[in-house]
Design a protein around this ligand. Structure first.
Ligand SMILES: C[S@@+](CC[C@H](N)C(=O)[O-])C[C@H]1O[C@@H](n2cnc3c(N)ncnc32)[C@H](O)[C@@H]1O
Length: 298
């Protein structure tokens, strides 16, 4: 799969290999019914709280949601739990099997479709919401997946795109903490105190560093009305292995970090009471969020 590193296909082969080789990291349920217990669970829960602000009345109609490049479908769990007929689509059959297990464990149902997000097996205007986290930055030509998503979106529907750029956030200033943790972890692994995380096992993926502007331009050219363009995820993620797929720290440390980041969110809520504390400027946030609506008259 030489194509992968060019970002033409979304790094299909590298993702599939990563999901298989790093089965321990892949097999994580990040859907939280109650309080989140680790940093990634916390991130998806807050993302859902932000996303639902843009769903409006559609949510009450039992509509269809699509998550292209779904992986485990962590965010689709929230859509399914809220009454959406949730579709997960990914090129990795491996991770779709994991997603099916996670949905079953959580008592949720969804449809799992193994296909390419550049040519999806759905009719025009089929979905009320298209949502994805960590997909577009893996395409050099990010317009291609957006054009296909626009095709399957109903007039009046919404595309919610969360992008994880390579490096452009204030949060990357904290990467020295991750490097320090990795060094300590390597020493502990050498003396057999912890399971080692082989760096060589992490596949290199194509990942761009764009902010929201090019995505907004592509969506506007399709006729979209932009409802949000900005940052989200206003805290760093600490791990001794933060690159994809993220490695969780031991449980007590994850809980302590969730407690710490929750404190930061309380502070943000006090400072900016009118917006959700997970929302922030693009420079400040780890992720970029673009929300685009298809006008009724397209
Ligand atoms: C960063 S992961 C997304 C993880 C996901 N948000 C989760 O909660 O697990 C990106 C996913 O996109 C998938 N992908 C990459 N290129 C694709 C394509 N052309 N069509 C469909 N899925 C693709 C990969 O297999 C991978 O599962």
């Amino acid at each position: 799969m030489h194509q992968d590193k060019t970002g033409v296909t979304g790094s299909i082969g590298a993702f599939d290999d990563s999901w298989k080789i790093r089965a321990h990291e892949a097999r994580q349920n990040y859907y939280a019914v109650g309080a989140p217990t680790n940093q990634i669970m916390m991130s998806f829960k807050n993302q859902w709280e932000v996303y639902r602000r843009f769903l409006g009345a559609a949510q009450a109609l039992g509509p269809r949601s699509l998550e292209p490049g779904s992986g485990r479908g962590s965010i689709s769990c929230y859509f399914a739990a809220a009454g959406f007929d949730a579709y997960l689509l990914d090129t990795s059959a491996e991770i779709l099997r994991v997603a099916e297990d996670i949905f079953r464990e959580n008592g949720l149902s969804a449809r799992f479709v193994c296909a390419d997000c550049l040519a999806m097996p759905f009719p025009d205007g089929f979905f009320d919401t298209v949502v994805h986290c960590g997909l577009l930055e893996h395409f050099e030509d990010y317009r291609a997946p957006l054009v296909e998503q626009w095709r399957v979106l109903k007039p009046g529907g919404v595309i919610i795109a969360t992008i994880v750029p390579e490096k452009r956030s204030v949060q990357t200033l904290f990467s020295f903490v991750n490097r320090g943790l990795a060094a300590v972890h390597r020493v502990l692994a050498r003396i057999g105190m912890v399971r080692s995380v082989g760096k060589e096992e992490k596949k290199s993926l194509y990942r761009s560093s764009h902010g929201s502007s090019p995505y907004v331009a592509a969506l506007t050219a399709l006729g979209a009305r932009i409802e949000y363009q900005g940052g989200i995820f206003p805290v760093p993620s600490f791990s001794y292995s933060p690159a994809f797929p993220f490695t969780l720290m031991p449980r007590p440390i994850e809980r302590a970090l969730v407690f710490l980041w929750s404190g930061v969110l309380v502070l943000r809520r006090l400072l900016w009471p009118r917006r959700h504390p997970w929302m922030c400027s693009e420079k400040w946030g780890q992720h970029v969020l673009v929300v685009a609506r298809k006008p009724l008259s397209v």
